[in-house]
Design a protein around this ligand. Structure first.
Ligand SMILES: Nc1ncnc2c1ncn2[C@@H]1O[C@H](COP(=O)(O)OP(=O)(O)OP(=O)(O)O)[C@@H](O)[C@H]1O
Length: 264
């Protein structure tokens, strides 16, 4: 077994990289894949938080600063997804050497089928290394012009360092009438669109519950979009009815979900 390594990247911050990584990773694990997620956003880490794995004693910071082994920094998350979260201290960030990420990857590739790396935003060294070492980079963009410019810069940078862009996820779609349509995004970035994830208030609710959306509100529009992307990456067909045990959501269930999110 050799893991396929995907780095989830974006130009500017806040496009939804962490949300996408957490949900696609969890959905892939729910499909039976052996998945590991590395939170390589070593300066502004919050993947552990959205997956309910914050405040772990050993994190990627210790591994990248050479004081711990990666095996001791991996924890089991929802649906059996394995996660190496990152600490949030400035000291941890300062003592981390992002060049060690390649060794970390090397130690894990034989144990997993899929590795997802949540990369930092921007074009600093710690952002570029994950783009260079991945098999493929997945861009997360929002359907607006400034995000296109940042996404394009990230794509060019990836190619400059010898990486390969698989395509883009358009996240937070449908929020504005002036949204750039999917086909135009593909044209502007000259890449294929892996999936379109709508703006969905359930995303923030799930984050507040420290649970990935695909677990917290599995039938919400954004969760369905993330599950479709995961099925696509896993090379399987997305079958919503089977996932929902063949049951269609009733009006009352739909109403309860929109009022209370995935709360039980
Ligand atoms: N599809 C969506 N619908 C609604 N809100 C969303 C969606 N995707 C992400 N968000 C919200 O947008 C914010 C930024 O998302 P996220 O933290 O995933 O971005 P990021 O690209 O990882 O940011 P950073 O680069 O700062 O780490 C969060 O508050 C998240 O809940």
């Amino acid at each position: 077994m050799t893991a396929v390594v995907y780095t989830i990247a974006s130009g500017k911050g806040g496009t939804g990289k962490t949300t996408a990584t957490a949900n696609i990773g969890t959905a892939l694990a729910a499909l039976g894949k052996r998945v590991v997620i590395l939170d390589a956003d070593i300066g502004m880490a919050n993947l552990g938080l959205v997956m309910g794995l914050e405040k772990r004693p050993v994190t990627l910071h210790e591994v990248l600063s050479g004081t711990a082994r990666i095996e001791d920094a991996i924890y089991e998350g929802p649906a059996g997804v394995m996660v190496a979260p990152c600490g949030i201290s400035l000291k941890g960030f300062q003592s981390s050497n992002p060049e060690r990420l390649k060794d970390v990857m090397g130690r894990l590739v034989d144990q997993f089928e899929i590795m997802l790396i949540d990369a930092p935003a921007g074009i600093s060294k710690d952002a570029v290394i994950p783009m260079a070492i991945a098999d493929e980079v997945i861009l997360v963009v929002n359907p607006e012009l400034s995000s296109m410019a940042d996404g394009l810069k990230t794509k060019i940078l990836t190619e400059m360092v010898g990486g390969r862009v698989k395509g883009a996820i358009v996240n937070r779609a449908g929020m504005e009438k002036v949204d750039i349509p999917k086909q135009k995004v593909a044209e502007l970035l000259n890449t294929r669109i892996i999936g379109v994830v709508p703006e969905d208030p359930n995303v923030r609710r799930a984050a507040a519950f420290k649970t990935p959306l695909v677990i917290n509100a599995p039938r919400s529009p954004a969760a369905v979009a993330f599950k479709k992307i995961a099925a696509n990456l896993a090379g399987t067909e997305f079958k919503e009815d089977i996932e929902n045990n063949g049951k269609k959501e009733s009006f009352v269930e739909k109403l309860a979900r929109s009022l209370f999110g995935g709360r039980k």
